[in-house]
Design a binder for this molecule. Structure first.
Ligand code: ADP
Ligand code: ASP
Ligand code: MG
Length: 406
């Protein structure tokens, strides 16, 4: 008998019919002799709807109350899923994040899990119940409701799987697994059979939102293998696990894109110790998250510095950067939205050369201009015009031999 954690995302529980589909799948899996913990997201669109409601009543909703509000999305789904299973003759019980023992720090809307004590889950499982746990939510030690950041039900599932020492963790979604690129962007993307944690982590943190990146980080840290698969069929999905021999034979595992980025350039920055620190300390104090940073070669004692951030963060920035530029005696500040990032990812890059050349050549031939470049051991990322991002993804996908052969 296996202990399985199954997570169903928003689309998979998006209608009453789909909740009944989940209920049938869960009952079937239990009838095969397994013990099942189910983690569910809010029905698709519900979290976005709640955020909109909050903004309708306040331009800056209090974060504590935001979490109280957002947690209701998942609370609706646990009740409906448990009712559906019970209605079909199964035996299920719903548990909020708090009841499932998920303790977090107090950083509202992006809380981190600090401890999990799933006593009630263990007890109900022992009594033969399917436990339906609300994803995305927890509580602080003082009992305040918190949420784990967008896509946080993935994290709930991985964390519960680690805590109950599940034999398997299955992430059910609306695609057949992790693809070589978002299949909505590159229609002939292929499903990946096996991927290393580090590769999915890089893909997820550079725009492939099929899994929340923090959940992959958690899975890597606590060595929780999992499978991403579809709730609409029974096809095998993508196994995500530690690196193993053979995985590095593939140079590029996948291509990620991230739209809605922005670029800030400060010209004529005095080229002396401490100026970069002044700029980036001010940004960090304003909690602005920076992505790629490029500093040019200095010409006659001054240099240009460019950095990227999400377009939303640019709004948060206001005129902060103009003030800092004036203080350090720099020249003009230009802010440009409408840019995007394309990343190619693969652990095979560590042992293969020519990856950058192949990427740049494919983009160059396709008429895509590269504005900035950044690399890590297993990733090469380029900043380009947002209008060309889909074209660029298709060019890179083909150049690295990732296209599906039909
Ligand atoms: P869920 O609601 O089940 O959590 P998400 O919408 O969060 O589902 O994630 C699934 C979506 O992720 C897919 O519909 C797909 O468009 C998108 N996606 C982005 N990149 C990839 C990728 N590389 N492989 C598969 N899906 C991807
Ligand atoms: N409902 C939350 C969101 O939309 C959490 C999740 O779906 O994983 O981000
Ligand atoms: Mg998701």
């Amino acid at each position: 008998m296996a202990l399985i954690v199954q997570k169903y995302g928003g689309t998979s529980v998006g209608t009453p019919e789909r909740i009944l589909n989940v209920a049938r799948r869960v009952i079937a899996s239990q009838q095969e002799g397994n013990s099942i913990v189910v983690v569910v997201s809010a029905m698709s669109g519900v979290t976005d709807g709640l955020i909109k409601l909050a903004r309708d009543v306040s331009s800056q909703p209090t974060e504590r109350e935001m979490d109280v509000l957002l947690a209701t999305g998942e609370q609706t789904t646990i009740a409906l899923t448990a009712m559906a299973i019970n209605g079909l003759g199964g035996k299920a019980v719903s548990l909020t994040g708090a009841q499932a023992g998920i303790i977090t720090n107090g950083i509202h809307t992006k809380a981190k899990i600090s401890n999990i004590a799933p006593r009630q889950v263990r007890q109900y499982l022992k009594e033969g119940f399917v436990c339906i746990v609300a994803g995305f939510q927890g509580q602080t030690l003082e009992g305040r409701i918190t949420t784990l950041g967008r896509g946080g039900s993935d994290l709930t599932a991985i964390a519960i799987a680690a805590a109950v020492k599940a034999d398997m963790c299955e992430i059910y979604t609306d695609v057949d697994g992790v693809y070589t690129c978002d299949p909505r962007v590159v229609p002939n993307a292929r499903k990946i059979d096996v991927i290393a944690y580090d590769e999915l982590l890089e893909m997820a943190s550079s725009g492939s939102k099929v899994m929340q990146s923090r959940s992959v980080e958690f899975a890597k840290k606590f060595k929780v293998p999992f499978e991403v698969r579809s709730s609409f069929n029974t096809n095998r999905g993508t196994i995500v696990k530690e690196e193993s021999i053979g995985l590095e034979n593939v140079v590029v595992r996948g291509v990620s894109i991230e739209r809605k980025q922005a670029k800030v350039t400060i010209t004529n920055v005095p080229d002396k110790p401490g100026t970069a620190s002044r700029i980036f300390t001010a940004l960090s104090e304003a909690n602005v998250i920076i992505d790629v940073i490029v500093q040019n070669v200095s010409v006659s004692g001054s240099t240009d510095i460019s950095f990227t951030l999400s377009a939303d963060e640019l709004e948060k920035l206001g005129n902060l950067i103009d003030r800092v530029a004036a203080e350090i005696g720099a020249g003009q500040v230009t802010k440009k939205s409408g840019i995007a990032k394309l990343s190619v990812v693969g652990i095979g890059m560590r042992s293969h050369s020519g990856v950058a050349a192949t990427l740049f050549e494919s983009l160059g031939h396709g008429g895509v201009n590269i504005q900035m470049i950044s690399t890590s051991e297993i990733k090469i990322a380029v900043i380009i015009d947002e209008a060309q991002i889909e074209l660029a993804a298709k060019l890179a996908h083909t150049a690295f031999g990732l296209d599906r052969v039909s």
